[in-house]
Design a protein around this ligand. Sequence first.
Ligand code: PNS
Length: 188
Amino acid sequence: MKRIKAIYPGSFDPPTNGHLDLIERGSKIFDELVVAILRNPEKDPLFSVADRRKMLEAMTSTFDNVSVDTFDGLTVDYALRLDAQAILRGIRAISDYEYELQMALMNRKLQPALETVFMMPAEKYSYLSSRLVREVAQLGGSISCLVPELVEQKVREKMDIAHKFANGEGTIGKTLSEAKSRDRKKKN
Ligand code: PNS
């Protein structure tokens, strides 16, 4: 019988309960699901790729058919290297659809044999995004129902570093990104 392998590509900065909901749904319909974190050196992420990978590995440890990986370059090339047949993406609301459709059609143009499968997370996560989680946390709001506990703790640690930096405590570097980078190096 043919086994279907799918990749679930994204930034996951940080991974949220919405991502986890989609991973769980995907793990039920695909034989194998690879959560693939895009390594994008141009962005200034909150978390290093290594940190995101660790968080996603911990979040998905109970699913036997889910693994976590990182990639760069085109998603379709990565999917091909893995022998995957599908790309999983989540659609939370109509506003996601236009961008997701554009990306799915471009991916189909680049690699016609690869299918994009859209799944909807639970309605309670329809407003949830990594960007909003970062913003709420940065402004001191609670993110406890938005991300798994282990992610909440990691985000809090990041915010503490940022606050300490803002207050001029405990940092020798000149910029916040230097402090973040030092913190990333310490953790990796
Ligand atoms: O979580 P995100 O940021 O919405 O994920 C976007 C992602 C990583 C799926 C998309 O940016 C992507 O596929 N990037 C890899 C480069 C690529 O293949 N670009 C062409 C897409 S049509």
